[in-house]
Design a protein around this ligand. Structure first.
Ligand code: SAH
Ligand code: SF4
Ligand code: F3S
Length: 469
């Protein structure tokens, strides 16, 4: 399937930035510094989008706050991946009626993946009259225009027209962290796993030009960033829609050759496209973190086929074996779904045996949640909720045992870690594989890499001390 990536013209983006200027002028004529609050749900893609929204708000004169109380603009950047995620948003959205009552000028917006679903937009229109505007991910770059329209007309406004998707380069981004940065390398997804809503709400796969990505990484590193995570729903298909003749491994190698001390990592890889070339590249460059998040979803080949994942159990295990043979120290994490429609007890046991064989550092575990409009939502699903919960608990118990064993094995090792912050009067650091380490030491070390000796472990974090050597 050939898709040609649409890039939003620079003039159109400049117009949006000009609207930011108008909004800023409006507030300064009232001698008010307005405040804005952005609440983020879901994955790193949304975190990165929220940084862009804060960038646009800041350009428009808003000070960013960490509470909806008293804020002039509130944006809920939402996730649609499971029903539970949506319920939380509806609950918190309802609670905003109170903040708006106390501050009637408050303008409330809903965006993100839920805004890409027609039934959600209808529900907001009908039942949440205090929401002033809704915009889907395709329209994020037009947020200044939407905000301006709401401020000047007072009318509820919707930018939710569906599109295959485009790329907006050069949006201002207000980053949360000075040491770690998300860099989106592509947007959307073409995989249509049968349970998943993402391709419907985020559109088709489209890659940013490699020179734009390299420029962004170079600038971040020059500004002191030490840890870059490349983002995409399926980073391995990076470049397929470009005519640059570049694939994800090539891009990774280019980034890993930038000067200065830093680490680059990525998520998410799809096992279907995780090539030997990718692992050869990871092994070849010290600046590529030896960490891999490779969702397997199920240990049963029959279930994987029903999920439309395009690999089977054996191919997945082969991929892992190859990666580990090159990088024995590789830290592995994954996503898994329990209770996919029709999953039998024996198929669930195959998932258990797979996690025992691979031995992940940690796992993100989910119970299947039917999403309207996806094929899996209408598959026969005879397994009871109680049974699914039982499987889920068993899976977590087995994984917690494995995580604990792996973490105990860190004790006594000395590892190069990035000291990334202070929490409860202790320093926090991250191993190359992304594990949290707590230790004592001077705050001046924040932002540096240091050798840390691991002295203790629990399921979720490690403790350590600065190595004397
Ligand atoms: N693009 C990534 C995953 C993004 S969604 C990938 O393909 O690996 C993150 C995780 O949510 C998925 O890996 C899957 O495990 C889980 N998930 C997605 N849809 C789900 C659903 N309908 N029910 C339960 N879990 C789901
Ligand atoms: Fe969803 Fe599959 Fe795409 Fe991941 S690869 S976002 S699970 S459709
Ligand atoms: Fe959720 Fe959208 Fe991410 S559905 S997991 S926020 S891509």
């Amino acid at each position: 399937m050939e898709t040609k990536t649409t890039v939003i013209p620079q003039e159109a983006l400049q117009q949006q930035l000009a609207v930011c200027g108008q909004i800023r002028a409006y507030w300064s004529s009232r001698t008010i510094t307005p405040r804005a609050y952005v609440e983020t749900y879901g994955c790193q893609q949304n975190e990165a989008d929220s940084e862009r929204l804060r960038g646009l708000l800041s350009e428009s004169g808003y000070a960013i706050t960490d509470t909806a109380e008293g804020a002039d603009v509130v944006i809920m950047n939402t996730c649609a991946i499971r029903e539970h995620a949506e319920q939380r948003v509806f609950g918190n959205l309802g609670a905003l009626t109170h903040t708006k009552r106390r501050h009637p000028e408050q303008k409330i917006f809903l965006c993100g993946c839920m805004a890409g679903q027609e039934q959600v937009v209808d529900r907001i229109k009908k039942s949440y009259p205090h929401v002033d505007g809704v915009f889907s991910t395709h329209h994020l770059w037009q947020f200044p225009q939407l905000l301006h329209q709401v401020l000047s007309t007072g009318k509820r406004t919707y930018f939710t027209e569906d599109e295959p998707g485009s790329i907006a380069e050069g949006l201002p981004q207000l980053r949360d962290n000075k040491l770690k940065a998300w860099v989106s390398i592509m947007y959307g997804c073409n995989n249509f796993c049968t349970y998943c809503i993402v391709p419907y709400v985020r559109g088709r796969e489209r890659s940013r030009k490699s020179e734009d990505i390299l420029h962004e990484c170079r600038t971040l590193i020059e500004n002191g960033v030490k840890d870059i995570t490349l983002l995409g729903q399926n980073v391995n298909s990076y470049g397929k829609d470009l005519d640059e003749g570049i694939d994800f491994s090539d891009l990774l190698a280019k980034i890993a050759q930038l000067p200065s001390t830093f680490l680059v990592r990525f998520m998410t890889s799809h096992p279907r496209d995780a090539s030997k070339k990718l692992f050869d590249t990871m092994a070849a460059y010290p600046k590529i973190a030896k960490q891999l998040h490779l969702p397997f979803q199920s240990g049963s080949s029959r279930v994987l086929k029903a999920m439309n994942r395009h690999y089977d159990r054996e191919k997945y295990l082969e991929t892992i074996r190859y990666a580990k043979s090159l990088m024995p120290e590789l830290v592995l994490t994954s996503d898994v779904i329990v209770g996919f429609p029709g999953e039998t007890e024996a198929e669930f046991e195959e998932t258990i045996s797979l996690i025992r064989e691979v031995r992940y550092d940690s796992l993100f575990t989910f119970i299947f949640s039917p999403r309207a409009g996806t094929p899996a939502a209408s598959m026969p699903d005879p397994t009871s909720k109680e049974e699914k919960n039982r499987r889920f608990d068993r899976l977590c118990a087995v994984q917690n045992g494995i995580s604990e064993e792996i973490h105990n094995a860190y004790i006594g090792k000395t590892m190069l870690c990035l000291i990334d912050g202070v929490d409860k009067e202790q320093l926090t650091a991250r191993t190359e594989g992304g594990r949290l380490v707590r230790l004592s030491g001077p705050e001046s070390l924040v932002g540096t890499f240091a050798q840390i000796k691991i002295t203790g472990a629990s399921t979720w974090s490690l403790t350590g001390e600065l190595s004397k050597q």
